[in-house]
Design a protein around this ligand. Structure first.
Ligand code: THU
Length: 146
């Protein structure tokens, strides 16, 4: 179980990561922060490309960074997204896209939570397996462990 202080810290890191977004095509700036079983936090942002399909979402960017550093189990993922220069009162919760949900599934701990928020003070918490990606397909279905 994450305490509120850790949740707020994770949310703050996702918001900070969104400031590095390279999104000249959509102007939608996303940041993600992943708390891993080691206790370390890895962040990522969306990186778009002139060849549109070549872009990557913030969640996968953070996940790839974590796995590249040897992590294999994710305990919590925080996501923040907003249009560049959006007014603070116009912010909305940004949920992970379908591709990112499946990508995160590979490394999701049994009780992994997803936080989506507009600030450190305003976020919602979801159970990954019950609410974000129910009835999922993962490594165990191929008799594998991530
Ligand atoms: N995006 C993310 O980074 N994460 C999501 O879960 C949804 C979408 C990015 C991709 C693209 O750069 C921009 O938001 C608009 O779709």
């Amino acid at each position: 179980m994450l305490d509120v202080k850790s949740e707020r810290e994770l949310m703050a890191k996702a918001i900070k990561a969104s400031k590095s977004s390279y999104s000249p095509y959509s102007n939608f700036q996303v940041g993600a922060a992943i708390l891993c079983s080691s206790g370390k936090i890895f962040t990522g942002t969306n990186v778009e490309n002139a060849s549109y399909g070549g872009g990557i979402c913030a969640e996968r960017s953070a996940a790839v960074t974590a796995v590249s550093q040897g992590e294999r189990k994710f305990l919590a993922v925080a996501v923040f997204g907003s249009f560049k220069d959006a007014r603070e009162d116009g912010l909305q919760y940004a949920f992970p896209c379908g591709i990112c949900r499946q990508f995160l599934r590979e490394f999701a701990a049994k009780d992994m939570v997803v936080l989506v928020g507009t600030s450190e003070d305003d976020y919602k918490k979801f159970s990954f397996y019950e609410e974000i990606l129910p009835h999922s397909f993962g490594p165990e279905d191929l008799n594998m462990e991530a």
